[in-house]
Design a protein. Structure first.
Length: 285
């Protein structure tokens, strides 16, 4: 397959590129100047993949480059901060301006969903961003040596209700709680900043809940955690993390679990069939 990779920040695009090339796909990379890590140039060269650097507002150019490369399917991988899309430095081209003009809602789903529709209209199908990375999806149950304490579990149960509500409204996908009280809620700033703010506001003992949206579109905005998430929790004094199993990517999984174990942080994967209920299963250590 001739695959397009529309890359944001973080390691997600690197992993998609590695997996796609390992499966024999020819990959054309569209990298966002404002977000994508420059090291992606080296990865592209290593895989003999074409890479084009464009601004976030250049939707028309993105599509032209993909069409010129014969791409019929594309993957979006990596975060693009919502605030960047509306920053003063981003100048939308005519195509992107048209998308923004006709949006009913300028939330994440509204913007990226509209872009996906434009891509499809021009013969490029956006596919599930986890298709190539199924082994990296969080498993259900306790993922670390330490299971949640009763008090931590109560906070997670409380957090599920709140996090599911804000995710359903497409406000954010992460919430921090302590003693069954909301400490911090994610909006445009991202998970890492929520964790840091929660630690500043409530001190050690914060629990972090990251969920998928009730109708999560796995083509984009998939929940992702990684080593940096655990490091941020360690600095903030957060002691428990819950993610939705099967719908959250855990980048550098072994390093994430090892770092969590070292810091005494418990990680659980909430089964998708029991959203909002206690996680009682546990993986073998």
């Amino acid at each position: 397959m001739r695959l397009g990779l529309i890359a944001g920040n973080g390691r997600f695009p690197f992993l998609v590129l590695d997996a796609a090339r390992a499966q024999g796909h020819e990959v054309t990379i569209i990298a966002a100047k404002e977000e994508t890590f420059p090291e992606l140039n080296e990865a592209a060269a290593r895989h003999a993949s074409a890479i084009h650097w464009i601004s976030l507002g250049q939707l028309g150019r993105c599509i032209r480059l993909l069409k010129d490369a014969g791409v019929t399917h594309a993957v979006m991988a990596g975060q693009v901060k919502h605030t960047k899309i509306f920053s003063a430095g981003i100048v939308p081209d005519l195509m992107f301006a048209g998308v923004l003009k006709h949006l009913v809602s300028r939330n994440t789903d509204g913007i990226i969903g509209a872009v996906a529709n434009v891509l499809r209209e021009r013969g490029i199908e956006l596919i599930d961003s986890t298709t190539l990375l199924q082994p990296l999806l969080a498993a259900p149950g306790v993922l670390t040596r330490r299971a949640p304490t009763d008090e931590e579990q109560k906070d997670l149960e409380f957090g599920y209700r709140m996090a599911d509500a804000i995710a359903g409204l497409d406000i954010g996908q992460t919430i921090a709680v302590k003693h069954e009280a909301v400490v911090a809620v994610e909006a445009m700033e991202g998970t890492d900043e929520v964790i840091a703010r929660a630690g500043h506001l409530a001190g050690p003992g914060v629990r972090v809940v990251k969920v998928a949206k009730p109708q999560q579109d796995m083509r984009f905005d998939v929940p992702v955690v990684g080593f940096a998430t655990i490091q941020g929790m360690r600095v903030a004094g957060a002691c428990a993390l819950s993610v939705d199993a099967g719908r959250t990517l855990v980048l550098d999984g072994e390093a994430v679990v090892a770092a969590a174990n070292e810091a005494g942080i418990t990680i659980v994967g909430r089964p998708s069939t029991s959203a909002g209920r206690s996680v009682t299963g546990r993986q073998d250590e």
